[in-house]
Write a protein that binds this ligand. Structure first.
Ligand code: PMP
Length: 391
């Protein structure tokens, strides 16, 4: 029976990592995989997380099972950071821990499907796993253009797409730091999106995977909070894997905002049932470390400072790109107006292949780069190489 399975293509980014590892050039540049890097090219464990982990090892007295909802102390500790301190909405919000933001997106879409959602509207391009998850759940994906030619988020495309939305539709929105374009909706656009969704039958699903890596913790939650304040119900998929640097520890959460606080138990019980059937319960360690950070004022302050450092460095790289202006025929100035770790370069396959073969610069075949893979040291080489292949 298993011989009926077709060979699947390898994950393109993971294949790129292998190619990069095999390259012996000392000045090679990895702009492929989406992890933050310091100016030295490292992806260190946050000091605040290390401190929390030490505490965890010293104090944790059992590893007995939790439930499918995971560590609810972790889930609740994040609430003021995501939804705002003292938000009146939080009485209508409850969550559960998930294996990373991917688990949260998966669960949000599976829950939506259980509730009768069959179509998912989404701006494209998007994080490739969005489309894979929608397809795997047997739902229909309706794409619309995310970015307009002028480099701003295309609100008109969203409006046109949602004009025909009906009961049974959901819209999947990136809360901030759009992956892969780096082009976010402005606050004025989010205000319009919120009004639009308030008058629409469509279920908002917000994927917030990079809070704190764009403009700031509160600023990056503007879209999420504004939409939630306007609509009766929504699902929020959250990841701590970037903003706590926990990637492989798989730390995320799904939050449900219900029309009425009394609906939450019933809705979450479906989330728990879906989790039980998929992964039973999420991995504990990373979420417990996040909880210990957030339960301790000093560790929280340290974490926020570490996050601020990441944000500043990404901003510095973006500013340096913008300052360079033109690299061959590529205008680098828009990258200074974008946010988060990712950006799209307007290069074709041949140019991307040449960057790899002739310059040792590795990026996704789509032209997406991890801005955090650039450093003050390798920026001149990068800009020169872009100029060389695009002239
Ligand atoms: N959503 C988006 C938009 C992402 O870019 C990512 C990570 N690349 C995720 C969700 C999931 O993150 P993780 O599963 O690593 O927490």
């Amino acid at each position: 029976m298993l011989d009926r399975l077709d060979q699947q293509p390898p994950d393109a980014l993971l294949a790129l990592i292998k190619l990069h590892d095999a390259d012996s050039r000392a000045d090679k540049i990895d702009l492929g995989v989406g992890v933050y890097r310091t100016d030295d090219g490292a992806t260190p464990v946050f000091a605040s997380i290390k401190a929390a982990e030490r505490k965890l090892v010293a104090e944790q007295d059992s590893k007995a099972y939790l439930g499918p909802e995971g560590d609810m102390g972790f889930v609740h500790a994040l609430v003021p950071f995501i939804f705002g301190a003292d938000s009146p909405l939080t009485s209508r919000i409850e969550g559960m821990q998930t294996p990373g933001g991917t688990g949260a997106v998966r669960l949000a879409l599976a829950l939506a499907r259980r509730a009768g959602v069959t179509r998912v509207f989404m701006g494209t391009p998007s994080w490739p796993n969005h489309a894979q998850i929608v397809a795997d759940l047997g739902m229909e994906l309706v794409g619309f253009r995310h970015a307009a030619p002028d480099g701003t988020a295309d609100l008109d495309a969203l409006k046109t797409a949602l004009a025909n939305a009906r009961d049974g539709d959901a819209v999947l929105l990136h809360g901030c730091c759009h992956n892969p374009t780096g082009i976010d909706f402005s606050e004025a656009q989010w205000d319009e999106i919120a009004s639009l969704l308030a008058a629409s039958p469509v279920l908002p699903i917000i994927d917030l995977a990079y809070q704190g890596l764009g403009k700031g913790m509160d600023e990056d939650a503007y879209g999420t909070r504004t939409v939630l304040a306007a609509v009766p119900q929504a699902l929020i998929a959250y990841s701590c894997d970037k903003n706590f640097g926990l990637y492989r520890d798989r730390v995320g959460a799904l939050y449900v905002m219900a029309p009425d606080a009394g609906d939450l138990n019933r809705i979450l019980s479906n989330g728990h049932a879906l989790a039980r059937a998929a992964w039973s319960m999420p991995p504990d360690h990373g979420a417990a470390a996040v909880r210990l950070v957030l339960e301790d004022a000093e560790l929280t302050a340290n974490w926020l400072a570490e996050l601020q450092d990441m944000r500043s460095r990404i901003g510095q790289v973006r500013a340096a790109l913008a300052e360079a202006g033109l690299a061959g025929s590529v205008d680098l100035t828009p990258y200074g107006r974008q946010f988060g770790m990712f950006a799209m370069l307007p290069l074709d396959k041949l140019q991307i292949d040449t960057l790899r073969s002739d310059h040792g610069i590795y990026m996704a075949a789509t032209g997406r780069i991890n801005v955090a893979g650039l450093t003050m040291d390798n920026l001149p080489k990068f800009i020169g190489a872009i100029a060389a292949v695009s002239d």
